[in-house]
Unconditional design. Structure first.
Length: 391
């Protein structure tokens, strides 16, 4: 059997789906990874995986260019003849499913990790695109050979209410998985009398709550609190909500945050901080929180879809209202003032990560979805071959 995994960046495939691709290969699948060109394609190939670049521009609204991309995908799928196509993010789900249908590939899996810019932004462009994307989703995600994987219960309910896909074809799999063993040796630190190091690690997008984080850090600094606000990540030019680098550098120059840029060694970074925050406006299921939880760190995040799947308020982290920098500042102060409570939250978070979000659980549940679609195809092929032999 052959599976095609389609994402909007090679970075996503490498960081979030390489373990799935390697597990598929171990299970006997031939695997093809496709995405726009980027520096992580060679890293995927170094792992022995097959990766091909696509002529895809994430922000393009040019109808002719988008039709050309769709036709390119159709040609690729007709050439490769995969058993199954798995698309990640809304655009790849739509284009991958439409191309698979045209190419005659019946098994289609789509994973929508959060609702993305079109559904979360209040900008006019996003509001105008919303009904178009809804119509395309209904067209692309339907059919008995399709399954939709969502990462949180809120998104499941939303897709049901919108009638975007038949409820019986939705599968809930919480996140893309984290190898908790990788973080097992991290000993969580508590700020017992030392300067508290707080971390926000994310793509530098406004809807990740970066502005609120900076405002909270500024407020705490003005109050004389002994904290260091760390910001890890880089801007994402392909996303309309990207924060300009000049803005980030202005925050650094005023002394509000320490910007680390892109960080490869998250184990080392997480082992050097006291708490992790994510004041996001909406998520699928945030990997950065799960990684921090696997380290036994206390978490602060917003009470929004995706984030509240990871954190139960007062049990394994703290939930705050969205777009509320004051609440974020108070939550950080609470952890700083009560190290025992912070340690208790971190220990509970680590236990939850191991039981619910370990990548072995996520990969097995994903393979179960593949089996739903591929086993009937294998059986049908065997029957057809038997009939030809008997004739």
């Amino acid at each position: 059997m052959k599976a095609v995994l389609f994402a909007n960046t090679d970075w996503y495939l490498y960081n979030f789906r390489r373990s799935l691709a390697l597990a598929l290969r171990r299970a006997g699948y031939e695997v093809l990874l496709i995405s726009p060109a980027g520096p992580y394609g060679s890293k995927l190939r170094d792992l022995g995986l097959r990766w091909e670049p696509l002529p895809m521009q994430r922000r393009s609204l040019n109808l002719l260019r988008e039709l050309a991309l769709l036709w390119y995908l159709v040609g690729l799928l007709r050439r490769e003849r995969p058993t199954l196509v798995h698309g990640f993010t809304i655009k790849c789900a739509v284009y991958g499913s439409l191309a698979a249908r045209i190419a005659g590939i019946s098994a289609r899996v789509n994973a929508v990790a959060g609702m993305g810019y079109v559904f979360t932004s209040t900008q006019l462009k996003a509001r105008l695109l919303r009904p178009v994307v809804r119509s395309l989703l209904r067209l692309a995600l339907g059919g008995k050979g399709a399954r939709l994987i969502l990462q949180n219960a809120d998104d499941v309910e939303l897709f049901k209410q919108e009638g975007l896909v038949e409820p019986g074809r939705i599968r809930l799999i919480r996140g893309s998985g984290v190898d908790c063993r990788q973080f097992a040796d991290v000993s969580a630190r508590t700020p017992d009398g030392e300067r508290m190091r707080v971390l926000l690690a994310c793509r530098l997008l406004w809807d990740k709550g970066v502005d609120e984080y900076v405002a909270a850090a500024r407020r705490l600094r003005e109050q004389g609190c002994a904290i260091e606000a760390l910001l890890a990540g880089t801007s994402d030019p392909g996303n309309p909500a990207a924060i300009p680098e000049s803005t980030v550098r202005r925050w650094v120059d005023e002394g509000t945050v320490t910007w680390l840029g892109h960080v490869d060694d998250m184990v080392k970074l997480l082992g050097s901080v006291h708490a992790v925050v994510l004041p996001s406006y909406r998520e699928g299921l945030p990997r950065t929180l799960v990684e921090a939880a696997a380290c036994g760190l206390p978490l602060i995040t917003t009470d929004v879809p995706g984030c509240r799947e990871v954190v139960s308020d007062g049990i394994d982290g703290l939930l705050i209202p969205v777009k509320d920098s004051g609440a974020l500042a108070r939550a950080i102060q609470r952890l700083q003032a009560d190290p025992a409570f912070a340690r208790q939250l971190g220990q509970a978070a680590r236990s939850k990560a191991r039981v619910q979000f370990d990548e072995r659980i996520v990969i097995q549940r994903t393979l179960d979805v593949y089996a739903e679609l591929c086993q009937p195809l294998e059986q049908a092929t065997t029957i057809r071959q038997g009939r030809r032999i008997s004739q």
